[in-house]
Design a binder for this molecule. Structure first.
Ligand SMILES: NC(=O)c1ccc[n+]([C@@H]2O[C@H](COP(=O)([O-])OP(=O)(O)OC[C@H]3O[C@@H](n4cnc5c(N)ncnc54)[C@H](OP(=O)(O)O)[C@@H]3O)[C@@H](O)[C@H]2O)c1
Length: 249
C-alpha cells in the first residue's frame, strides 16, 4: 500500500499561483497530497498548472481566476474553495508586484498598484479565510521579503508594503494563535522568478542558477511551516542569498 503523504486530506489555497513562488508552492503542496486551489488573474496558466498537478500528483485542483485587489473577487475566491472542498486548511498569501522609480518621480498608479496588491489583497484574503482556518486550526502563510526590516532607498514603496506585511502577519498571529491557527511570515531575498528587476529584466534573467534563491526553496519553507505539529508555529523564516549581508544591497 502506498505511504500516506503528509498533506493528504488537506485543502490549500495559494494566491499568485500562476507563476514563480506561488507556482512552486502549489507544486510542493500538491506533491505532499494537498488539494490545491490556484488563484491569480491569468486563467490559462492556472489551468495548465491544474492539469499538470492532477495528472502528476493525482490531487484534486480548483482554478480560481481572481484579481486580488478586487474585494468581491477575493470573497468569491474563498467561498468557491470552501464550497468545493467543504473546508480550508491553509492559505498562502503570495500574490505581489514590484514597480521601480525615484520617489519624486514615482507615479501614483505604481504606488497604488503595489499597495493594493501587496497590502489590500492580503487583508481581503485574510479576512475571508480566517473563519475557515479557525475551524480547521489551519495555517496562514505570508510571503514577505528581505526588504521588510531594512531601509530600501531604491524602492521605498515596495519595501513599505512588505514592512506592512510583516506587521500584519505578526499582529494576526497575536489574534489567532490561541485559536490554534499558525501564522508564518517568510522573507526571501532575491528569488529567480519572473518578478521584475530594476533594469526591466526578470530575476530569472538577472541571476544565473546558483546566484540567487530558487522558487522551490521558498516552497520548501512553506511546506516546513504547514507541516509543524499542532502546538507549534514557525513564526518567521528568513531565506537569504548566502552573501546577502556581505554586500548588503
Ligand atoms: N522574486 C523575488 O525576488 C521575491 C523576493 C521576496 C519576496 N517576493 C514576493 O514573492 C511573491 C511572489 O513573487 P514572484 O517572485 O513569484 O513573482 P512573479 O513570478 O511575478 O509572480 C507574481 C504572482 O502574483 C500574481 N499577481 C500579481 N498581481 C495580482 C493580482 N492583482 N491579483 C492576483 N494575482 C496577482 C501573478 O499572477 P497573475 O499575473 O496571473 O495575476 C503571479 O502569479 C510576491 O509577493 C513578491 O513580492 C519575491
Amino acid at each position: 500500500m502506498a505511504e500516506k503523504k503528509s498533506l493528504e486530506g488537506k485543502v490549500a489555497l495559494i494566491t499568485g499561483a500562476s507563476s514563480g513562488i506561488g507556482k512552486a508552492v502549489s507544486k510542493r503542496l500538491a506533491g505532499e497530497g494537498a488539494k490545491v486551489c490556484l488563484a491569480a488573474r491569468r486563467k490559462e496558466k492556472l489551468e495548465d498548472l491544474a492539469e499538470k498537478l492532477s495528472i502528476e500528483d493525482s490531487v484534486e485542483t480548483l482554478v480560481l481566476p481572481t484579481d486580488i485587489t478586487e474585494e468581491k473577487e477575493v470573497k468569491q475566491m474563498v467561498s468557491k474553495a470552501v464550497d468545493k472542498f467543504n473546508k480550508l486548511d491553509m492559505v498562502v498569501n503570495n500574490a505581489g508586484v514590484i514597480r521601480y522609480g525615484d520617489i519624486e518621480d514615482l507615479s501614483t498608479e505604481s504606488y497604488k498598484l503595489m499597495m493594493e496588491t501587496n497590502c489590500d489583497g492580503m487583508f481581503y484574503s485574510t479576512r475571508e479565510a480566517l473563519p475557515h482556518l479557525r475551524k480547521s486550526e489551519g495555517n496562514l502563510v505570508y510571503i514577505g521579503s528581505f526588504d521588510a526590516g531594512h531601509p530600501r532607498s531604491f524602492n521605498p514603496i515596495y519595501a513599505a508594503s512588505k514592512w506592512w506585511t510583516k506587521g500584519f502577519a505578526h499582529s494576526i498571529e497575536s489574534i489567532v494563535g490561541e485559536d490554534g491557527v499558525a501564522v508564518t511570515l517568510i522573507n526571501p531575498s532575491e528569488v529567480r522568478t519572473s518578478i521584475e528587476g530594476e533594469e526591466g529584466e526578470s530575476y530569472r534573467e538577472k541571476f544565473d542558477e546558483g546566484e540567487a534563491i530558487e522558487p522551490e526553496e521558498v516552497a520548501e519553507a512553506v511546506f516546513f511551516a504547514v507541516d509543524r505539529e499542532k502546538q507549534t508555529t514557525a513564526s518567521e523564516i528568513n531565506l537569504f542569498r548566502r552573501d546577502k549581508l556581505s554586500d548588503f544591497f
